[in-house]
Design a protein around this ligand. Sequence first.
Ligand SMILES: [Fe+2]
Ligand SMILES: [Fe+2]
Length: 216
Amino acid sequence: MKNDIQPHLDKNSIPIDPTLVELQKDEWSYSKKRSLDEFNAKDWELWSEQRNQYFEGQRVKHILRMLECQKDDKAYLYTVNNYYHCMQTATRMLRAGLPEEDVVVGLLHDVGFVTCNETHGEFSAALLRPFISERNYWMLVNHAVFQQYHCYDLLGCDRHARDQFTGHPHFAWTAEFVDKFDQTTINYDEEILPLETFEPMVKRIFARTPNFQNKE
Ligand SMILES: [Fe+2]
Ligand SMILES: [Fe+2]
């Protein structure tokens, strides 16, 4: 009986299904050790090898899933939901001939808008940080403050909050992104490109060598 095996389970616990989660590749091996304390050098070698390959295959899939799972969400006011907003941003940036990195940054700029609304700029900045320029990192972190400039009659909103950054080298880019590609991409009748169009771009950006410099 399962409860004999797991005597700590109370009536509300979900019994553990003793099935191994399938490994991604047939040729890979499990570690069945029950704590990292027990890992020896050989285990860590295998860990490193399989983990690196796993990340290569899974990372972009997970990132796109974060966006794609919002596709059927209801809207709260605008005629589009957050998925279509992000897709419109990326489509417009691509059609404007902006560099691939900018397009990917646009695609993911609000990926955490619903889950961590108050810090969603930092969320996408953290996601992309090792793979993008300081210019785009700074823009992601600060884009919500710059958006306030476009909210004329919003009670309690300081339209000029962005002025604290006057003279900053990335002020102009952040203001331009918000103006052209963010505050105006909320239209149900605007054509978007399919997510598959952006997938190879996302792959290339996340295949870059990680670099954390100059992103404080
Ligand atoms: Fe945003
Ligand atoms: Fe946005």
